[in-house]
Design a protein around this ligand. Structure first.
Ligand SMILES: Cc1cc2nc3c(=O)[nH]c(=O)nc-3n(C[C@H](O)[C@H](O)[C@H](O)COP(=O)(O)OP(=O)(O)OC[C@H]3O[C@@H](n4cnc5c(N)ncnc54)[C@H](O)[C@@H]3O)c2cc1C
Length: 389
């Protein structure tokens, strides 16, 4: 049985930010800390998704990263002389630079040694300690636990996909899926479904390989917004009114309204419009009604436009709106009668503590941190709060 001071469940953006903040702000020795994540390496899922969408830059500005000091990423870029690391007035970092910075944090704080490649399946609490059980039969005991599991298994699947039974076959894949998708399996003509940043980036990526044979399908015109929620949510401008509201249902409504899902930044709007004008990408604004398979082709019908025949479909339809509490955590919450909102989202305290020594991060903190909880900014904020609790 392994005994730790801190166990972080999930080795993504939130988990790594938490580890860095605990080590730097709370002076926790990395040997007293464990990050449990089934992936072969930390940040694996995040990097895989970034690569799949073909995104070149982050949507968030340079001060949003996994380190403690606000200008850490900029200092890193300067130190290693990254010439083309940032883009535009908000200094959005390139994916390459962001990953190099993350990797340097992982190396500096020896987080590879703290990574346990396994999946948590049960959480117990006995004599003031957490007992964590994993899929591979390990038992880990810890004084504190941070849940940073994101929502990788909560993909939003349109009804017409569910009805077809074709998801995760060689023909239809969700671009944010944790399952392996081989690029070799994706054939032209390709239909990319979705109207937000992931869909536009994915369509552009594949239009390089299949120029003129990528169809981007959205239910709406492109909605332009530099960020996925107003920057006012980062500071007192909007957070002051948030703090005045206690009712979780009202807070949930505020989060839904504030998150500008299905929007794209101006620079991406220009790139996708150019690709459409030049014929590299075709745009179909309509609602898909059905999809059916006929030999190795897919027939897609729309509510208004003519049907299309394609060979592959990539869904860029995001995640379910509400982040579900993982089953093993829900069992624990029921046993200890932990507070949650009518929508099911946990209600930890303002330091994100849900039970003695049990902390939450990411979308599970939506109703405490507000609309940025799911982003890198939210990961950084949560990590800081937990490390200073
Ligand atoms: C394509 C894309 C681009 C984005 N770009 C930006 C951006 O530019 N700026 C920004 O601020 N935000 C961005 N986001 C949003 C957000 O920052 C990311 O989604 C981020 O990955 C969320 O981090 P996370 O740690 O909550 O979740 P994840 O990165 O999904 O990490 C969760 C981890 O938990 C692990 N896990 C789950 N269950 C268990 C379990 N039972 N036991 C052990 N481990 C478990 C998973 O394997 C996973 O590795 C983007 C998101 C996507 C998908």
């Amino acid at each position: 049985m392994t005994d730790k001071e801190w166990v972080i469940i999930g080795g993504g953006v939130c988990g790594v930010a938490a580890a860095v903040h605990l080590i730097k702000l709370k002076e926790i020795d990395s040997s007293r800390l464990m990050l449990i994540d089934p992936a072969p390496e930390l940040l694996y899922e995040w990097k895989r998704k970034a690569a799949r969408t073909g995104m070149t830059h982050l949507r968030s500005p340079s001060v949003h990263h996994l380190d403690v000091e606000p200008f850490s990423l900029q200092s890193f870029a300067k130190k290693y002389r990254w010439k083309t690391g940032f883009s535009g007035p908000y200094k959005k970092p390139s994916v390459e630079l962001f990953h190099a910075h993350c990797d340097s944090l992982i190396q500096t704080y020896q987080l590879k040694d703290s990574h346990c490649p396994d999946t948590v399946i049960k959480l117990d609490y006995t004599k003031g300690k957490y007992v964590i059980s994993t899929q591979h039969g390990q038992t880990i005991v810890s004084d504190n636990v941070i849940v940073a599991t994101g929502r990788s298994n909560q993909l939003n699947q349109p009804d017409w996909v569910k009805a077809s039974g074709l998801l995760s076959t060689a023909h239809i894949a969700h671009v944010l899926s944790s399952a392996d998708i081989s690029d070799q399996e994706i054939s032209k003509p390709l239909l990319v479904v979705g109207g937000g940043i992931t869909a536009c980036q994915t369509a552009l990526k594949w239009s390089e390989k299949f120029p003129g044979e990528v169809i981007l399908n959205s239910r709406h015109d492109f909605r332009i917004s530099e960020f996925d929620s107003s920057p006012g949510w980062m500071g007192p401008k909007l957070m002051a009114s948030w703090s005045d509201i206690d009712d979780p249902q009202q807070r949930r409504a505020m989060v839904s309204k504030a998150r500008l899902s299905g929007s794209i930044p101006g620079s991406l709007n220009r790139r996708i419009k150019k690709a459409i004008l030049s014929g590299k990408v075709h745009f179909v604004k309509d609602q898909v009604e059905t999809v059916s398979k006929n030999s190795n082709k897919l027939r897609v019908t729309f509510s208004q436009k003519d049907a299309l025949t394609v060979k592959s479909i990539l869904l860029c339809t995001g995640y379910d709106q509400l982040a579900a509490v993982p089953e093993w955590l829900a069992d624990f919450a029921v046993q200890y009668n932990l507070p949650s909102a009518p929508c099911g989202t946990p209600l930890p305290d303002s330091r994100l503590k849900w039970h003695d020594g049990l902390f939450l991060m990411g979308p599970l903190t939506d109703l405490i941190l507000g609309p940025t909880a799911r982003n890198i900014a939210g990961a950084k904020k949560a990590a800081g709060l937990i490390a200073q609790a």
